[in-house]
Design a protein around this ligand. Structure first.
Ligand code: SF4
Ligand code: SF4
Length: 205
């Protein structure tokens, strides 16, 4: 049913508002008269009143960044972090290369080598933050929950090619000692009931 409030010649039968091109001002005088007409229809004063009313509420809608900062959500995707295992402080990354392969911006570069215990270890790992679009795919694909997104979003740089390297991302050992490594709550994070959805091997039954 058609809304009576819009029942004029500019509203089509299907309820859409039609712009009448013929009524558009084409010269300076027509534009001026339209401004005057609208002003005396008090549209300007309505706008001013809305601004004044919000000012008088003293309800501040802005913050003084960088002195003040908004809280960010746990799933915020800022600069990457590399996590350690809680039980041994060892690095979680196994150098599988999945994050490098899935990265759609091609900004992860990594290399691995075999260490003295014949185990693969990451020898190089960098992320070009100038190219990264913070899509979260690398964190989502990581089978070890090693690479995650942290909350550090102030990463401005004078260089377009701004890299962060593996040691810069890795959780410092002091944070492991005082238990402040933060687990990831975003893409790919484990839930408290994750065990229920993990397929067990036959030996576990
Ligand atoms: S967040 Fe996306 S673009 Fe950035 S490194 Fe990860 S996969 Fe690549
Ligand atoms: S961060 Fe994760 S996905 Fe990337 S190489 Fe290490 S274990 Fe593999």
């Amino acid at each position: 049913m058609k809304n009576e409030a819009f029942n004029d010649r500019n509203v089509s039968s299907d309820g859409y508002f039609k712009v009448d091109i013929a009524e558009y001002p084409t010269d300076g005088w027509a534009k001026f008269t339209r401004v005057v007409r609208r002003t005396f229809r008090a549209e300007l004063f309505v706008g001013l009143w809305v601004v004044l009313r919000e000012m008088l509420k003293f309800d501040i809608h802005t913050i003084q960044y960088p002195l003040e900062k908004m809280p960010i959500g746990p799933r915020y995707r800022a600069v990457h972090e590399m996590k350690r295992l809680w039980e041994s402080d060892a690095e979680r990354c196994i150098g599988c290369g999945l994050c490098e392969k899935i990265c759609i911006s091609n900004c992860i570069k990594m290399d691995t080598k075999i260490d003295e215990h014949s185990r693969k270890e990451v020898s190089e790992y960098t992320i070009n933050l100038g190219r990264c679009i913070f899509c979260g795919y690398c964190a989502e694909v990581c089978p070890e929950l090693a690479i995650t997104h942290g909350g550090e979003y102030e990463n401005c740089s004078e260089q377009r090619e701004h890299f962060i390297d593996y040691t810069g991302m890795l959780t410092p050992l002091e944070m492991m000692a005082n238990g402040t490594q933060k687990e990831f709550e975003g893409f790919g994070a484990i839930t408290p009931h994750e065990d229920e959805s993990v397929k067990k091997t036959p030996l576990s039954y």
